[in-house]
Design a protein around this ligand. Structure first.
Ligand code: ADP
Ligand code: GLC
Length: 485
């Protein structure tokens, strides 16, 4: 089966979060099961600079905001990819420094509506093999708002592939003013509350939900949550009305890249059968990165880790409120790697200055350090207010670093709270709190610290998580079944 993936990021070429990880690991899981896959990405400057050999497949011209825009379609083989990548090279829209979605000051690129409309128009053409390269997909799999319009462009084509639209995060709607809809000359018949219109503007995410043949999201619990007003971001009514085509399929993780017994970023390796010596060496190295002389007291104390985008979704305000309490009442050390909203970055930097021996903060994006925190920390904090799936809690489970999570979305689907019953039947793998408030988060951390002092039980908890299978086998099968419906 030929499947065309269309997305705005993919590890290791361009990644801002879990979306990038999934766009690497899911198509590979499908490829391993015999699917014939292509992945189309925008030709960002940072991406183009990593390509070695490219072949020009052809040129496609589509409508932009000020007239016709031309794009060169490149095909490339990347050493990390088992299948060809297609790149939409359109310098006016994508050849610029920095992040795919925002400029250096953290604001959305002002021409995002045009960038992702042009990208979608080109992808829709590729899906219909306008270049006549003889590769006609049966399914086009779209990811998040940046690709929502592809489903709309294809919807009224007589001979067309099936479209599947995956919502990785409903909170990012791809919302633009009506003036963009007009400037981009999008089809007038789309403009209705049954179409792409959302509160007087254009929603590219809504386009994906309305026009795709099937809609998925990345965990069963989130699939149910987004049909409620509390999590629906104003789209819960629409999502309830399309429940017949809405599916929750849990993400997997790449168990080759995220494997504590082979991880290239780790100073020491370990596995479920023998955790302690390797994990201690990782802890020591991690502490020494921040404290030139990590003494016995620092090694003895529980080390809490976080790797996160610094945005409201991730419960960052709860973390900021909890840290002073935890530092005052316990001997914990805390290490945080994150980047995102400037106000959060500043607050963490200030707090770290006040506690230089206890709180270690690295603001920025650092793939190796993310792995080292998963391995070197004792406990992983991920108190997201909502979490469509979440990959970090699965990475931490696999690295023997039990997570503390709020009971929502994919966190609820992957973390089993440690209590008397779940410890007795060895199903416990972490700590879950179910009230959205800082006191509940703190109570869960305190429970975790108590168990940490009981090495036998703690090791059992670590092993339960490490032995779980979070690979793609089940979920890739669900996607293949959906493609064939
Ligand atoms: P989300 O996609 O909502 O950010 P996920 O848990 O699904 O959350 O995925 C986050 C991914 O991004 C993980 O691979 C994590 O390691 C990575 N990540 C997040 N922030 C950073 C950072 N500052 N540096 C390195 N990796 C990060
Ligand atoms: C989004 C979500 C995250 C999910 C990831 C991959 O970034 O916030 O929960 O794991 O997409 O699907």
């Amino acid at each position: 089966m030929k499947i065309l993936f269309v997305a705005s990021e993919a590890f290791p070429l361009v990644k801002t979060g879990g979306l990038g990880d999934v766009l690497y690991s899911l198509p590979h899981a499908l490829h391993a099961r015999g699917a014939d896959v292509r992945l189309v990405l925008p030709g960002y400057r940072a991406l183009l600079s990593q390509l070695d050999q490219v072949r020009i497949l052809g040129w496609i011209e589509v409508r932009g905001a000020e007239g016709i825009v031309g794009a060169r379609i490149l095909e490339t083989r990347h050493p990390d990819y088992a299948f060809p990548l297609w790149v939409v090279d359109c310098p006016a829209l994508f050849d610029r420094e920095g992040n795919p979605y925002v400029n250096a000051s953290g604001h959305d690129w002002p021409d995002n509506a045009e960038r992702f409309t042009v990208f979608a128009r080109v992808a829709a053409q590729l899906a219909q093999d306008v270049l006549e390269i003889g590769w006609q997909p049966a399914v086009v799999h779209l990811h998040d708002w940046q690709t929502g319009l592809v489903a709309a462009f294809l919807a009224d084509q007589p001979e067309r592939p099936k479209t599947v639209f995956t919502i990785h995060n409903l909170a990012y709607g791809g919302n633009f003013p009506y003036s963009d809809f007009v400037r981009l000359q999008l089809p007038g018949q789309w403009w209705s509350s049954e179409g792409v219109e959302f509160h007087g503007g254009l929603s590219m995410l809504k386009a994906g939900i309305v026009y795709a043949d099937a809609v998925t999201t990345v965990s069963p619990t989130y699939a149910a949550e987004i049909c409620t007003p509390a999590f629906g971001c104003g789209l819960d009514g629409l999502l309830r009305s399309v429940q017949h085509k809405l599916h929750g399929i849990l993400n997997g993780i790449d168990t080759a890249i995220w494997n504590p017994s082979t991880d290239v970023h780790l100073p020491a390796h370990y596995s479920a059968g023998r955790i302690l010596p390797g994990k201690r060496r990782n802890k020591q190295a991690l502490l020494e990165r921040f404290l030139p002389h990590a003494d016995a007291a620092a090694m003895q104390a529980p080390l809490l880790g976080l790797v996160t985008r610094l945005v409201e979704q991730k419960g960052i305000d709860w973390v900021l409120a909890a840290i002073p309490v935890l530092l005052a009442e316990t001997d914990v050390r805390i290490v945080l790697l994150g980047s995102g909203q400037a106000v959060y970055e500043k607050k963490f930097a200030r707090l770290a200055k006040q506690h230089p021996d206890r709180l270690f903060v690295e603001i920025g994006y650092d793939e190796p350090l993310a792995h080292q925190i998963e391995a070197g920390a004792d406990l992983f904090l991920m108190p997201s207010r909502f979490e469509p799936c979440g990959l970090n809690q699965m990475y931490s489970l696999r690295y023997g670093t039990p997570p503390v999570v709020y009971k929502t979305g994919g966190l609820a689907d992957t973390v089993v709270d440690a209590n008397a019953a779940t410890l007795a039947d060895a199903s416990a793998n972490g700590f879950v709190f179910d009230k959205p408030e800082v006191s509940a988060f703190l109570a869960a951390v305190r429970r975790a610290l108590e168990l940490y002092r009981q090495p036998k039980q703690w090791q059992q908890l670590q092993q339960s998580g490490m032995r779980q299978s979070f690979d793609w086998s089940d979920s890739a099968g669900h996607y293949l079944a959906l493609y064939s419906l």
